[in-house]
Ligand binder design. Structure first.
Ligand code: ACO
Length: 357
């Protein structure tokens, strides 16, 4: 039976770093509050578009797989912060890579987006429609940060991660998955005015930032991520003791800890990088995959569980068996353009637009 296995991985994190102490200079907050309530110490602020970050991550993933862009037959860019409404961010990624002619689409399931993309890509390969698929999670959430709202401004950051999925006859890849969404709770987390539902000249700038009922999203995320992670392990025919690594969405370290407890996993089997990047939505899991492999945390044949939760309210989980190779076939020197701007300078347009509390 044809399966889909991850053969390449890569990331692109913008260099400008905004620390909790930087935030405390403009927002009524503190490093102590942000660290203890979320686990976040700093986040990256991008000076380039989502597609630029996505393309650099993709170059690294292609090199790790030993492929060139023209080998690809499908590109899925998972993002809730697209460069433009049309054309898709995926179209720009295809153009930058030079993967002319292959299918390409954006997929928006917010923070659950990468797992949705992984499952769609896997099933396209299993159906025989595609054989070499690039899946990117890329976000520029900093564009929407409203520094007058301390309950959201401290949580999010920018970045991109990518994987290559290839057809294989080996018994590897996604073993079980679950995708879901509770549309009746969609107002708990929203950026409203950038869609056609919004007004062209927004009367209220706050509505073009992220608006979130954090406590309710937290309550639902804790339950749903743990439950869906346990279910995909059971559906795989495995036991919790077979799980080698949990790579969860990185929204809040307390949500990650609760998910790990449900899976009865010791901290050494949980990948956490939220301290460095905050919540980068669809980018979090592919960035974490790239870092986990680079750090030697993924063994050949490892059983990895992914779980995520986000706007929608969407959720997703997958249990995956890694293939034989944990070393890149080759490497790429692709990099984002340099910038002289500090993170504080890069967020100044947000402060000018939204104001400060
Ligand atoms: N600094 C200092 N104090 C703050 C801050 C801040 N940055 N933010 C809120 N507070 C205050 C509140 O005003 C409140 O004060 P009060 O008691 O005087 O009223 C107090 O801290 C407690 O606020 P809570 O909202 O109860 O804080 P909580 O512990 O719930 O943490 C948080 C808030 C971090 C937002 C948490 O609820 C959370 O992580 N929610 C989930 C977010 C998430 O998972 N999003 C997922 C998807 S995102 C996507 O899909 C794009």
């Amino acid at each position: 039976m044809t399966n889909a296995t991850i053969t390449g991985w890569g990331k692109a994190m913008p260099p400008a770093t905004l620390s909790n102490d930087d935030l405390a200079k403009i927002v009524k907050t503190s490093d102590e509050w942000i660290t203890t309530r979320t686990g976040i110490k700093e986040r990256r602020i991008s000076h380039v578009d989502v597609s630029d970050m996505a393309a650099v991550a993709a170059h690294h993933a292609l090199a790790a797989a030993g492929l060139v862009a023209s080998d690809l037959d499908l590109i899925i860019v998972c993002t809730c912060t697209a460069d433009s409404t049309i054309p898709s961010t995926a179209s720009r990624v295809q153009e930058i890579l030079g993967a002319t002619g292959c299918a390409a689409l954006d997929l928006n399931a917010a923070c659950s987006g990468f797992i949705y993309g992984l499952v769609v890509g896997t099933n396209m390969i299993k159906a025989g429609t595609n054989s070499k698929v690039l899946i990117v999670g890329a976000e520029k959430l900093s564009y929407h940060l409203n520094f007058a709202d301390r309950s959201t401004a401290v949580l999010f950051g920018d970045g991109a991660g990518a994987v290559i999925l290839e057809a294989t006859e080996d018994d590897v890849g996604v073993l079980a998955s679950e995708l879901g969404l509770d549309g009746d709770a969609r107002d708990l987390l929203a950026i409203e005015v950038t869609g056609t539902k919004g007004t062209r000249q927004s009367a209220d700038p706050a509505q073009s930032g992220i608006v979130m009922n954090g406590q309710e999203v937290f309550r639902r995320a804790v339950t749903t991520m743990g439950d869906s992670a346990v279910r995909v392990v059971e559906e795989s025919g495995l036991s919790l003791g077979d799980v080698d690594l949990l790579i969860p969405h990185q929204a809040n370290s307390r949500i990650i800890d609760a998910t790990a407890r449900r899976l009865k996993l010791e901290p050494a089997k949980v990948f956490v990088n939220i301290g460095s990047y905050g919540n980068t939505s669809a980018a979090t899991i592919p960035v974490a995959i790239a870092e986990a492999v680079e750090q030697g945390r993924v063994e050949p044949g490892a059983v990895i569980v992914f779980a995520a939760f986000g706007a929608g309210l969407s959720w997703a989980a997958a249990a995956l068996k890694w293939g034989d190779r944990v070393e890149p076939v080759s490497t790429s020197d692709a990099a984002l353009p340099t910038t002289d701007k500090t993170a504080m300078e890069l967020i100044q347009p947000n402060i000018d637009f939204f104001g400060l509390a």
